[in-house]
Design a protein around this ligand. Structure first.
Ligand code: ATP
Ligand code: MG
Ligand code: MG
Ligand code: MG
Length: 486
C-alpha cells in the first residue's frame, strides 16, 4: 500500500478510536487562556488542566493531531529549520491520551502494534528508551522497560535507559511530571551526517541524524512539590506525541521530512517560479526548506488569527515571513511569491484544517503585503548590514556589536533572527546579549519604566515591550519606515 500523509494521519486516529479513544480536534496555535505560553508547542497543551485536575472531560481516552509551533521560549527549533531534515517551526503532533485510565502496559503495546502491525515498520529498526535513575532520587522505570521487552519481535538489546535529561518530563518547576519512553528509528549508517568526524559514534539520543526520534510516551505519575520533593498523583495519565512529518517520511521511504507529499509540493511551486531542476533545487536545499517551512507556518498562523505585526505572536509571524522572503532572495525570487506557496499549503491541508480554506484571502493577502513591506524597507537594511560586516572583517573582528544590530532592527525592521542568519553565513556572529542590552538601554533612556530584567525564555516579549514603547513615542510612525501601515 502507498500511504499518503492524509492516510497516515487518519489511520493514527482510527487506530486509537478502535481502542476506545475519542477524537478531539486540534486546538488553535494560540493557547487558550495560557498567557505564559506564546504558542501551542505540544499536544498536551489543550489538556494541561485535565492533568492538573481543574478541567474535566466527558472521556478518559483521547486522540488527536495537534498544530504546534516551536519557535520561541524553551522549545525554539528555529536554528535547526532549513539545516536538518526533521525539525520545523510549525508541525503536527499526533497524540493519544489517558486521563487516569490505561497506563504503561497498554500505551506501549498499542504503540508497538500501530508501528509494526498497522504500519508494518521493520522491528529491527526500532529502538526504545526508558527512564533510568541517574540522580539517586526517582526510581528507574522498570515497568516501562519490561513492557517493551514483552512486545512481539522486539530486540531486548534495543531497549535502552537514559537519565533525567532525556527521559523525564516536567511541565514546569512544579506540577504533574513523570518518566517518559521514546521510540527512535534507525535510518541506517548512510543517514549519519557526522561521518569522518573524529571520535563520532552513531547512537540513540546522540548528535547525528542516524537515529530519528519519532514518538514520545510520557507517563504522568508524580506531582512535583518543589525541587527535591515528588509525591505520587492520585491517578496516573498517559500523554504521547509523535512527529507527524517524521512518521510520514518513514512510511514514504524518503530521506527528509521535506520530501514527503506534505512538503515536496511546496518546493515544487517554488521550482516552477525559479525554473530550477530537481538537482538545482537540491543544491539550494536550505533556502527551499526554509521557504516551505515558513510559508506553511505563516499560513497556519494567519488562519489562527496571528497576522504580521510588531509584538508578541504577531512579531513571530512577521519574522518568519521576512525570513522566508530573504531566503527567496537567495534563489533569485525578487517578486512576492509566498502566496503561491500558501495556495499549495491550503490545497494539501485544507481538508483536515478547514480554517485554512475559510481564511484563504487573509492568508494570501497578508503574505503578499508583508513581502512588499519587506522589499520596500528591509532590503535597505540588508545593505547597511553588509557594510557593517565588511568593516568588521577589515578590522579583523568577527562579532557584530549588539547596539548596531538593534539599530538595524529599530530603523529597518530587520529581525535579529535575520541579522544572525546573515552573520553565520559569513562565518561571523552577533552579540546577542549586547542586542538585548541595547534594547534595555533604549527602554531606560526613554523613561518607559522598569528595565527588562527577567524576561523568561521568550525573546519576543522583549520585542513587544520595545515596540510598545517606540510606538507610544511615535518613533515608528514616519521615521520607522519599516512599520508604516501598508
Ligand atoms: P527532538 O529531540 O527531535 O528535537 P523533542 O524531544 O524535542 O524532539 P518532544 O518534545 O519529545 O520532541 O515532542 C514529541 C515529538 O514531536 C518528537 O518525538 C518528534 O517526533 C516531534 N517533534 C518535536 N519537535 C519537532 C519539530 N520542531 N518539528 C517536527 N517534529 C518535531
Ligand atoms: Mg527538540
Ligand atoms: Mg528529543
Ligand atoms: Mg522527545
Amino acid at each position: 500500500k502507498k500511504w499518503t500523509g492524509a492516510d497516515i494521519r487518519q489511520s493514527f486516529i482510527d487506530f486509537f478510536i478502535s481502542k476506545g479513544h475519542t477524537f478531539v480536534p486540534s486546538s488553535s496555535l494560540v493557547p487558550g487562556g495560557d498567557q505564559t505560553l506564546l504558542f501551542t508547542n505540544a499536544g498536551m497543551v489543550q489538556f494541561k488542566d485535565v492533568f492538573l485536575g481543574t478541567d474535566h472531560r466527558p472521556y478518559t481516552r483521547a486522540a488527536n493531531s495537534q498544530k504546534c509551533m516551536r519557535v520561541a521560549g524553551k522549545h525554539n527549533d528555529l536554528d535547526d529549520v532549513g539545516r536538518d531534515d526533521s525539525h520545523h517551526t510549525f508541525f503536527e503532533m499526533l497524540g493519544n491520551w489517558s486521563f487516569g485510565d490505561y497506563y504503561k502496559a497498554e500505551a506501549i503495546a498499542w504503540a508497538w502494534e500501530l508501528l509494526t502491525e498497522v504500519w508494518g515498520l521493520d522491528k529491527a529498526r526500532l529502538w526504545t528508551t526508558c527512564f533510568k535513575d541517574d540522580k539517586g532520587d526517582i526510581p528507574t522505570d522498570e515497568e516501562a522497560a519490561s513492557a517493551w521487552r514483552k512486545q512481539p519481535g522486539i530486540n531486548p538489546d534495543q531497549v535502552l535507559y537514559y537519565g533525567r535529561k532525556d527521559n523525564f518530563w516536567e511541565m514546569a518547576d512544579t506540577g504533574p511530571c513523570g518518566p517518559c519512553s521514546e521510540i527512535h528509528i534507525d535510518l541506517g549508517p548512510d543517514a549519519c551526517d557526522k561521518k569522518g568526524v573524529a571520535g563520532h559514534v552513531c547512537r540513540v539520543n546522540g548528535d547525528c541524524a542516524r537515529y530519528l526520534e519519532i514518538w514520545n510516551l510520557v507517563f504522568i505519575q508524580y506531582n512535583r512539590i518543589n525541587a527535591t520533593t515528588l509525591e505520587p498523583l492520585p491517578s496516573m495519565h498517559v500523554d504521547t506525541g509523535m512527529g507527524f512529518e517524521r512518521i510520514v517520511r518513514i512510511m514514504q521511504g524518503v530521506n527528509s521530512n521535506y520530501r514527503t507529499d506534505l512538503m515536496l509540493p511546496l518546493m515544487k511551486v517554488v521550482q516552477e517560479i525559479t525554473g530550477h531542476s530537481d538537482a538545482e533545487r537540491d543544491e539550494n536545499f536550505t533556502p527551499y526548506r526554509v521557504i516551505a517551512d515558513h510559508a506553511r507556518a505563516a499560513s497556519f498562523l494567519i488562519a489562527d488569527g496571528v497576522v504580521p505585526g510588531n509584538t508578541g505572536r504577531n512579531y513571530v509571524c512577521r519574522m518568519i515571513i521576512r525570513r522566508g522572503a530573504r531566503f527567496g532572495g537567495k534563489i533569485g525570487l525578487t517578486k512576492p511569491f509566498l502566496a503561491q506557496v500558501a495556495e499549495q499549503v491550503i490545497a494539501i491541508y485544507g481538508e483536515h484544517y478547514p480554517e485554512l480554506v475559510r481564511n484563504r484571502t487573509a492568508i494570501l493577502d497578508s503574505l503578499t503585503r508583508e513581502e512588499v513591506r519587506f522589499q520596500r524597507t528591509v532590503e535597505s537594511g540588508l545593505s547597511v548590514l553588509q557594510g557593517y560586516f565588511d568593516e568588521l572583517r577589515a578590522s579583523g573582528q568577527r562579532v557584530l556589536d549588539g547596539a548596531r544590530a538593534f539599530e538595524l532592527y529599530a530603523t529597518h525592521g530587520l529581525p535579529l533572527e535575520i541579522t544572525r542568519d546573515i552573520a553565520r553565513e559569513q562565518d561571523l556572529d552577533v552579540d546577542e546579549p549586547g542586542f538585548r542590552q541595547a534594547m534595555e538601554d533604549h527602554k531606560i533612556a526613554s523613561g518607559a519604566g522598569k528595565a527588562f530584567g527577567a524576561m523568561g525564555g521568550d525573546d519576543v516579549d522583549i520585542y513587544r515591550a520595545v515596540f510598545e514603547d517606540l510606538t507610544a513615542k511615535g518613533k515608528l510612525g514616519k521615521e520607522g519606515v519599516a512599520y508604516d501601515p501598508y
